[in-house]
Write a protein that binds this ligand. Structure first.
Ligand SMILES: Nc1ncnc2c1ncn2[C@@H]1O[C@H](COP(=O)(O)OP(=O)(O)O)[C@@H](O)[C@H]1O
Ligand SMILES: [Mg+2]
Length: 448
C-alpha cells in the first residue's frame, strides 16, 4: 500500500511540483481502503464537497501522469497492476517520501526531497513530557491546520490541567521539521507582553537594540516571521477581562489585542500557538473560511485516561469509566486522584467510588485556588450559589437561584463559560448550565 501511495506522490510531484498534501493523501488512502468520499470527509473534518473537488482534481493529475483514465473506482486496480512496471521504467520513482507540504508552496521545478535542516530549537522552561496518551484527533487537526492550511494563529484553550501544554509540546515534536525556528515561552516567566517580545526579538537578532514602543516591537517581530518559517508557542497567556477596563489593564488588553490581530492578519510564513485557560476577545477566533486562525477548545480525555490509571497500578478496571467521568477526564485531576487512591485504598477504585462524590485532594485544591482567585467577586458568588443546586439547570431556574439582575446574570455566566468554569449545553431546545462535580465540591468546600 505504501508503495502505491509513494508512486502517486511522485506522479503528482512530477505534474505539479508539489507533494501530496494531507487531504490528498487521505483521499488516496481512503480510496485504497474502499471508503466513500463522505467517510473521508468525516475523518478529515473537511466538507464532502471539498473532498470531492480535491478528488476530481487528483484523478485528473494522475490520469495525465499515467497516460490513462484514473478514477476513484479504478485507482487501486490501475496502480496495483502498474506500479512495478512504472518503477522499473522510471529511475526517479525510487527513494520517495510522502510529505504533506503546503499547497501554495509552488516550486514548479521538481526537486529531490531532502530532509529539512534541523530547526533552531529554543524551548526555555518547557516541561518535559513523560507520558502522552490519546489526543490523536486533536493532533491531526492541529497538524493539518499548521502544516497544510498555514494557520498563522492557533489557539489552544481549556481548563487548567486539561492537557494544553502537553498537547502543544507533543505537536511541536511532530511538526518541528517544517520550521526554521521553534520557540516555546511560558508567559508566567515574563512581566508583560513587551518583555516577551523583547526576548523573542533577541533570538532573531542578538545584537540589535530593542525598541521601546510595543508597536515597533510587533512590527520587527513580524519581519522575522516573514523572513523565516517560525513556530512560536506562547503558553500561560493571561489577559485582563473583557469588561470595562481602565488604567493599566486596558493598556495590557489593547497590547495583546494588537499583537494577536497582527499575527493573524499580517502576511507572514510563521505560526504562533497561543495557550490560555480562558477565552479572551483580545485573541481572534476562526470567524470565516480562509481566515488563518484555528481555535481548539480542549476537553477531558476519555478512554486514553485509563492509561494514567493503569500507570499507577490501580485495580477494578471495570469501574475506571466512572472515575474518569467523575473527574471530567482532566488528566491532572486524575493523576492526583490516582495517587491518593493508591495511598489510601491500596489502589481499589471501587472502594473509593462508594463515596460517590469527587474528593478535592490537597494538590487539586491548590490548583483550583489559583484559578478561582482569577474570578471576579460576582463570579465567585455565582459559583458558590451554583454549587448547591441540583443539576442541570435552565437559565430561568438559575436566575431564580442567584441574586443577580438578568443583565448581570448573563454577563457573569458568559464570563464563567469563557473561563471554562461552567458548561452551557443545549438539550431539547433548552439551554442548561452544568458545573462539573469537582468544581461543585470545591466551591462547597470554600463555604462562601
Ligand atoms: N495526553 C496526555 N497523556 C498523558 N498525560 C497527560 C496528557 N495531557 C496531560 N497530561 C498530564 O496532565 C497534567 C496536566 O497537563 P498540562 O498539559 O500541564 O495541562 P494544562 O497545560 O492544560 O494546564 C500533566 O502532568 C500531564 O502529564
Ligand atoms: Mg499548561
Amino acid at each position: 500500500m505504501a508503495e502505491v501511495l509513494k508512486l502517486a506522490d511522485e506522479l503528482v510531484f512530477t505534474q505539479t511540483g508539489k507533494h501530496l498534501d494531507y487531504l490528498q493523501e487521505a483521499i488516496l488512502q481512503g480510496t485504497l481502503d474502499g471508503r466513500t468520499y463522505a467517510k473521508i470527509a468525516e475523518e478529515t473534518y473537511a466538507s464532502e464537497g471539498h473532498v470531492r473537488d480535491m478528488g476530481a482534481e487528483l484523478w485528473k493529475v494522475l490520469s495525465e501522469g499515467l497516460g490513462k483514465e484514473v478514477s476513484k473506482a479504478n485507482f487501486k486496480a490501475i496502480l496495483n497492476s502498474n506500479y512495478s512496471a512504472i518503477l522499473s521504467d522510471n529511475a526517479r520513482f525510487t527513494n520517495l517520501n510522502i510529505c504533506p507540504e503546503h499547497r501554495s508552496e509552488t516550486s514548479q521545478v521538481p526537486k529531490s526531497h531532502s530532509t529539512p535542516a534541523q530547526p533552531h530549537l529554543d524551548l526555555e522552561n518547557a516541561p518535559e513530557i513523560f507520558n502522552f496518551y490519546g489526543r490523536t484527533q486533536e493532533l491531526a487537526t492541529l497538524d493539518l491546520a499548521i502544516v497544510c492550511d498555514r494557520s498563522r494563529l492557533v489557539t489552544i484553550l481549556g481548563f487548567g490541567g486539561i492537557g494544553k501544554t502537553t498537547l502543544a509540546l507533543r505537536l511541536v515534536g511532530q511538526i518541528q521539521p517544517h520550521f526554521q525556528y521553534v520557540i516555546y515561552r511560558s508567559l508566567r516567566f515574563y512581566s508583560d507582553l513587551s518583555a516577551i517580545l523583547a526576548n523573542l526579538l533577541h533570538i532573531f537578532a542578538p545584537d540589535a537594540t530593542i525598541p521601546d514602543r510595543i508597536e515597533t516591537q510587533i512590527s520587527q517581530l513580524l519581519n522575522h516571521l516573514r523572513q523565516s518559517r517560525c513556530l512560536i508557542v506562547l503558553d500561560d497567556i493571561q489577559i485582563p477581562g473583557n469588561g470595562k477596563l481602565t488604567g493599566e489593564d486596558s493598556t495590557v488588553y489593547e497590547n495583546y489585542r494588537l499583537f494577536f490581530k497582527a499575527i493573524a492578519e499580517v502576511t507572514h510564513q510563521s505560526c504562533v500557538i497561543a495557550i490560555a485557560a480562558e477565552q479572551s476577545s483580545a485573541i481572534p477566533t476562526s470567524k470565516q473560511p480562509n481566515y488563518p486562525v484555528t481555535s481548539l477548545v480542549l476537553h477531558g480525555l476519555c478512554d486514553a485516561a485509563k492509561e494514567i490509571l493503569a500507570l499507577q497500578n490501580l485495580a477494578d478496571a471495570e469501574t475506571w469509566d466512572k472515575l474518569i467521568h467523575l473527574y471530567h477526564g482532566n488528566p491532572l485531576w486524575l493523576e492526583f486522584t490516582a495517587t491518593s487512591i493508591r495511598e489510601l485504598f491500596a489502589g481499589r477504585v471501587a472502594e473509593f467510588l462508594t463515596y460517590d462524590t469527587p474528593i478535592v485532594w490537597e494538590p487539586l485544591q491548590a490548583q483550583l485556588d489559583r484559578q478561582y482567585q482569577r474570578l471576579t467577586l460576582p463570579e465567585q458568588t455565582a459559583i458558590s450559589q451554583l454549587a448547591t443546586a441540583i443539576y442541570p439547570l435552565t437559565f430561568a431556574q438559575l436566575l431564580n437561584l442567584t441574586q443577580f439582575s438578568p443583565p448581570e446574570f448573563f454577563k457573569v455566566m458568559q464570563s464563567l463559560e469563557r473561563r471554562f468554569f461552567v458548561e452551557i449545553q443545549e438539550r431539547e431546545g433548552v439551554t442548561q448550565f452544568v458545573l462539573n462535580p469537582v468544581l461543585r465540591e470545591y466551591a462547597k468546600s470554600r463555604g462562601e
